[in-house]
Design a protein around this ligand. Structure first.
Ligand code: SAM
Ligand code: SF4
Length: 324
C-alpha cells in the first residue's frame, strides 16, 4: 500500500523473540532482557494471521529477526507457512549465526530466500569483548557454511577503536566470494545512547576500502533490496553495501514496517507511535477491522526518523526489541 507521503510499503520485519544468546554492547544490556511472559509474545498463529493481513495490504517481503530468531523453536515451520501465504514473495532471516550450524539444513529445507548474518569481527578477543560471550568459534563455523550459498549478506557495524581492522578483512570476503558485505552505520538507539561507542562515518570506510581495493563502482539494485547502496571494485565477486541511516537518510524511499515480538506494529524505527496489534488479535476483533487499523497505521508512517532531534515521540525500545 501507499502511505501518506507516497511511499510503497512492501517489506515487514517481524521480530519473533526479544531474547538473545549474545549481548552486543550497542544493542543489549549486559544483564540481558527482562523475561517477557510467554503469552505476551506473539504465537506462530498470531504471526501468520497478521502476515496474511500484511499480504493483503501489499507486503511482499518478510524478514524474521529478533533478538536472536534462531532461539525460537520450530522457526523453519513458521518460514514454510509464511512462504505459503498468497502475495508473499520472499522470506528471509537475520541472525547472529551462533545457532546456524545446527539450523542451516532445516532453514534450506524450508526454502528460506536469504540469510543475513551479523559478524562484526574476525578476531576472537574483539568478538568476546563486543558480544560479552565466548561463542566466536560457533559463529565462524556458521558463517563458513553459508559462504557460497545464494543470497547471503554479512552485516557489520564498524566501531571506532573496536573493529576497524575487520573492515578490510570483511571487504576481502566480498571480493573473493558471492557475498554482500554491508557496513551499517551505528544508530543512536537504546544502549548506544549512554555508551562510549562511536561509529565510523561511511565516507571514511569508503576511502579506506578504495585505498586498498581500488575504485568502487556503484551497482544497480533490485526494488526489494532495501536501504543499502551497493558497490564493487574491479574483479569483485560479491558486493560492498553501505547502510547510512543518519548521514544519507533513506526515509524518502523507506518501504518497511516492523512488528515487535510483543505484537506492536511500528511504522518507523525511531518513533514510539504505532499499533498494539496483539491487543486486537486477543480481543476477538475480526480480520477486516484489524486490516483497517493496520492500514491506518501504515498510512500515517512518519516522514523521517528524526534521529538527530530530540522529540517526545521517540521510541525508548532497544534494537533487540525492534529487530534491527
Ligand atoms: N540477533 C540478530 C543479529 O544480530 O543479526 C538479529 C537482530 S539484530 C537487532 C539485527 C541487526 O541490528 C544486527 O545486524 C545488528 O548489528 C544491528 N544493530 C543492533 N543495534 C544497532 C545499532 N545501535 N546501530 C546499528 N545497527 C544495530
Ligand atoms: Fe543479539 Fe543481534 Fe542484538 Fe547482538 S545485535 S545482542 S546478536 S539481537
Amino acid at each position: 500500500m501507499i502511505d501518506q507521503f507516497g511511499r510503497r510499503i512492501e517489506y515487514a520485519r517481524i521480530s519473533v523473540t526479544d531474547r538473545c544468546n549474545l549481548r552486543c554492547r550497542y544493542c543489549m544490556p549486559e544483564c540481558g532482557v527482562k523475561k517477557i511472559p510467554h503469552d505476551e509474545i506473539l504465537t506462530f498463529e498470531d504471526i501468520l494471521r497478521v502476515t496474511k493481513i500484511f499480504a493483503r495490504l501489499g507486503i511482499r517481503k518478510i524478514r524474521l529477526t529478533g533478538g536472536e530468531p534462531l532461539l525460537r523453536k520450530n522457526l523453519p515451520a513458521l518460514i514454510r507457512e509464511i512462504k505459503a501465504i498468497y502475495g508473499i514473495e520472499q522470506v528471509t532471516l537475520t541472525t547472529n549465526a551462533v545457532l546456524l550450524e545446527r539450523c542451516l539444513l532445516d532453514l534450506f529445507t524450508a526454502e528460506i530466500d536469504g540469510i543475513n548474518v551479523s559478524v562484526d569481527t574476525f578476531d576472537e578477543k574483539t568478538f568476546s569483548e563486543l558480544t560479552r560471550r565466548n561463542l566466536f568459534e560457533k559463529v565462524m563455523r556458521g558463517l563458513k557454511l553459508l559462504i557460497g550459498k545464494k543470497n547471503v549478506k554479512v552485516n557489520c557495524v564498524p566501531l571506532r577503536g573496536v573493529n576497524e581492522k575487520d573492515i578490510l578483512k570483511l571487504t576481502a570476503l566480498a571480493s573473493e566470494n558471492p557475498v554482500d558485505v554491508r557496513f551499517i552505520e551505528l544508530m543512536p538507539i537504546g544502549c548506544v545512547v549512554d555508551s562510549q561507542l562511536e561509529g565510523i562515518p561511511t565516507a571514511e570506510i569508503f576511502s579506506l576500502i578504495e585505498s586498498h581495493f581500488g575504485k568502487l563502482y556503484p551497482v544497480e539494485k533490485s526494488l526489494l533490496q532495501g536501504p543499502a547502496e551497493y558497490f564493487r571494485a574491479e574483479n569483485f565477486i560479491g558486493r560492498i553495501g553501505f547502510i547510512d541511516a543518519i548521514e544519507h537518510k533513506f526515509c524518502a524511499t523507506c518501504n518497511r514496517i516492523r512488528l515487535t515480538a510483543e505484537g506492536f506494529l511500528k511504522p518507523c524505527l525511531n518513533f514510539a507511535t504505532g499499533l498494539d496489534v496483539k491487543k486486537l488479535l486477543r480481543s476477538n476483533v475480526d480480520d477486516e477491522s484489524i486490516l483497517q487499523a493496520i492500514e491506518r497505521t501504515i498510512y500515517l508512517k512518519p516522514r523521517e526518523h528524526f534521529f538527530n532531534r530530540v522529540n517526545e515521540l521517540r521510541d525508548e525500545r532497544k534494537m533487540y526489541q525492534v529487530g534491527g
